[in-house]
Design a protein. Structure first.
Length: 276
């Protein structure tokens, strides 16, 4: 399977962001990629205004235009967007929360995974404006089961092991990681660890680091650190980007999944383990 991780920096406008990513998707498809992964918050980047004002369902402008791009290019596209969720009161303010959704669209699929683990860490509370999802998602691509996670989910190995138990051989992870001391090291470690936990390929596409030439490594909110990565089932890094805009095109050997799981059947062993 040939896949692409498109690393870019999106902005506040859905329309402008579609215009930004469309040629990148076409270029990746032209190089043979059939599964194309874009960052979390592709439709509207974090820190670029209220998320609820442009949030839309799977029949909205962003999802519809990406579906058309998937049809045009003969690919399956995974990209971060936001959907309306609920309304709640937070410190006397009425908040219209959204779902942080990974849109999945292609010839035989048009659906979304809602991020389960909201980023309530490092003095940030995503759950104030984002409602957590509660359902895992797998889809088929070229006969292969692909699991979906989003950004902060990567800190929770149970989700990745469960996706593997349900048959995932590839897990895609749209991401918008925060920068700062130790954050890049954590990101690299987590991507490799989740591959080992699941015995699956991890394809994680992140937002590029805004102003990366001047600010790479400095503290930031979850607006992107770059370093999109594809890791193999044995935890080795197949390809990794830098801080700036870049597209990874990787031809993965799915036979490595069965080989790794036979040699290191972590998911099977865990399923049969009893702890009291």
């Amino acid at each position: 399977m040939k896949l692409a991780c498109i690393q870019t920096t999106t902005g506040p406008s859905v329309r402008d962001n579609v215009a930004l990513i469309a040629p990148l998707i076409r270029a990746a498809a032209a190089e043979g990629a059939t599964l194309i992964v874009l960052p979390e918050a592709t439709s509207q980047a974090f820190g670029q205004g209220r998320l609820d004002t442009q949030a839309a369902g799977l029949d909205g402008e962003f999802a519809t235009q990406l579906a058309a791009l998937a049809k045009e290019t003969g690919t399956t596209i995974v990209a971060g967007t936001f959907r309306p969720a609920d309304t709640r009161e937070v410190e006397g303010k009425t908040i219209h929360r959204v779902f942080n959704t990974a849109l999945v669209t292609g010839a035989d699929v048009h659906t979304g995974y809602d991020k389960i683990h909201t980023y309530d860490a490092f003095n940030y509370r995503e759950s104030d404006t984002v409602r957590p999802g509660d359902e895992l998602l797998l889809f088929e691509h070229g006969g292969t089961k692909v699991g979906v996670a989003v950004c902060f989910d990567i800190r929770f190995p149970e989700q990745f092991r469960e996706l593997a138990r349900r048959g995932a051989e590839v897990i895609v992870v749209p991401t918008s990681w925060a920068d700062g001391e130790g954050k890049l090291e954590q990101w690299r470690l987590l991507a490799r660890a989740r591959a080992l936990d699941s015995g699956a390929f991890i394809a994680a596409a992140g937002q590029a680091r805004p102003d990366f030439l001047e600010k790479a490594g400095q503290e930031s909110g979850p607006t992107g650190i770059g370093h999109s990565v594809v890791t193999a089932p044995d935890g080795t890094v197949v390809a990794e980007a830098g801080y700036g805009p870049e597209t990874l095109i990787v031809d993965i050997d799915l036979g490595r999944v069965a080989e790794t799981r036979k040699a290191l059947p972590v998911v099977e062993i865990e399923a049969s383990t009893i702890m009291r």
